[in-house]
Design a protein around this ligand. Structure first.
Ligand SMILES: Cc1cn([C@H]2C[C@H](O)[C@@H](COP(=O)(O)OP(=O)(O)OP(=O)(O)O)O2)c(=O)[nH]c1=O
Length: 192
């Protein structure tokens, strides 16, 4: 049976994949997460997804290896994970009352061949008061998340509208991933 590997340390990506496939392994390698800021958003997330998947695929050529990367873009500026309280406050203040885009790049390696794609989701935030932003940051939720929020947690209260794939905002566009893996020859447990 073909082996499926999620090359990610994100607990959210693991939960989403588990929702449709009970059996897979998690193997991660440290990769350089810097990327040329002048690249288009989709190129940035796909470049990083390829890097994450490739680092694991080179020792696991027979497996199907999945890498993913999520970035929030507001007016062409990439918002990654905040490094401090102040940075989280700055990001959430930018996003308040405005529309931004969440890009997730996904890459699958199998037998030295790769498939890469991205999803773009449009998210609009409610207008937030300074107290709302500060209360939210104190939950601790912003710190390991691109754009300083998690739509799947308390962050749900910040979101007015979303157009596109919810799961891609959380970190893994599962429907497109399922379809791409199936096209590449992987058989999910549900299809056996
Ligand atoms: C916008 C948003 C991001 N995120 C998360 C998804 C990603 O885990 C994280 C962005 O960081 P990433 O660098 O994409 O991923 P990661 O470092 O968590 O994991 P790995 O590189 O090992 O795969 O932000 C949410 O959980 N909810 C959200 O609403």
């Amino acid at each position: 049976m073909a082996r499926l590997i999620l090359a990610s340390s994100s607990p959210r990506r693991k939960e989403i994949l588990k929702q449709v496939q009970p059996q897979f392994d998690i193997i991660t390698r440290e990769v350089d997460e810097t990327v040329e800021a002048l690249l288009a958003p989709e190129e940035q997330v796909m470049t990083l997804a390829i890097r994450k998947a490739e680092a694991v695929a080179k020792d696991n050529v027979d497996a199907y290896v999945i890498g993913a990367d999520t970035l929030v873009f507001y007016q062409d500026e990439a918002l990654g994970k905040p490094k401090s309280y102040d940075e989280a406050k700055q990001m959430l203040t930018l996003l308040s009352g405005n529309t931004h885009f969440v890009y997730t790049g996904t890459c699958i390696f199998h037998e030295n061949k790769k498939q890469v794609f991205y999803e773009k989701t449009k998210v609009t935030f409610w207008e937030l008061t300074e107290k709302e932003i500060e209360d939210y940051i104190r939950t601790g939720e912003p710190f390991d998340k691109a754009g300083s929020y998690g739509i799947q947690g308390y962050g749900a209260t910040l979101v007015k509208e979303i157009h596109g794939d919810y799961f891609s905002v959380v970190g893994l566009p599962i429907a497109k991933l399922y379809r791409t893996l199936t096209q590449m020859g992987f058989t999910f447990a549900i299809n056996k």
